[in-house]
Design a protein around this ligand. Structure first.
Ligand code: ADP
Ligand code: NI
Length: 219
């Protein structure tokens, strides 16, 4: 199959799988990660097909919305790629990327066994979508979806949460900036990703400054 056709089939598949997804993890998130991956590929030397397929399939079944099941996403992606007759080596690489993508997995030392330029690129593109203006929108959307408070001056951010605590936490959304989003710029892999992250990071800082000014909270 021609590469163009495979990408189009993948786009169609992902769009239909994510029809009812929550706003921060819907098709438009995938589309942004896909386009940012294309941008990063212009400056980084990597297997473009692996990057683009992984970008499209990386959130096909987020464990957060599947009772914590971490296998369903990689499995769904694999089945799809097999059905498209994609070569085994590409399938294996894309599946490994999906398995290793999330921030939580990267905190898990047992999972840190795989790395590749292609993983670095898709991970950067996904992280860039969690910061800046879009990142702010996604965080509050996710908090709303979980019925969280916007902020609560009596609940300070917890910077030392274990993986388990982080998963169970129902802290106000503003805390998420300190617990995760402001840390992302230093976790970028590629030079291009680092550059893009700086600007988005600065915008979040400005947002937080205004937020605390308007709410009259002393930090
Ligand atoms: P990843 O894409 O690394 O798997 P997540 O799926 O955890 O990241 O997060 C996806 C989006 O949901 C991000 O924009 C993130 O900021 C937001 N999000 C995740 N957890 C929270 C939370 N506790 N509060 C607010 N937003 C959250
Ligand atoms: Ni994602």
């Amino acid at each position: 199959m021609k590469e163009e056709q495979l990408l189009q089939n993948t786009i169609d598949f992902v769009k239909s799988e994510l029809k009812n997804a929550e706003g921060g993890h819907d098709w438009f998130h995938i589309d942004r990660v896909y386009r940012t991956s294309q941008l990063l590929l212009k400056h980084e030397n990597a297997d473009g097909m692996v990057v683009l397929l992984a970008a499209l399939l990386h959130d096909i079944a987020d464990p957060k919305f599947h009772d914590g099941d971490e296998h369903i996403g990689p499995e769904t992606a694999k089945k799809f790629l097999v059905s498209q007759g994609v070569e085994q080596e590409t399938i294996d690489h894309v599946v490994l990327i999906i398995e290793h993508m999330s921030f939580k997995n990267s905190l898990d030392k047992n999972r840190a066994s795989f790395s590749s330029k292609e993983l670095e690129i898709v991970q950067d593109a996904d992280r860039l979508d969690a910061i800046g203006a879009v990142g702010i929108a996604r965080a509050f959307n996710y908090g709303g979806f979980k019925n969280r408070e916007l902020y609560d001056p009596n609940v300070p951010p917890n910077l030392n949460m274990s993986k388990e605590e982080y998963k169970k936490s129902s802290a106000p959304t503003i805390n998420h900036f300190y617990e995760k989003l402001l840390l992302l710029k230093d976790k970028m892999n590629t030079d291009t990703g680092k550059k893009l992250a700086q600007e988005r990071h600065r915008f979040m800082e400005l947002f937080l400054e205004r937020f605390f000014k308007e709410t009259g909270i002393q930090k």
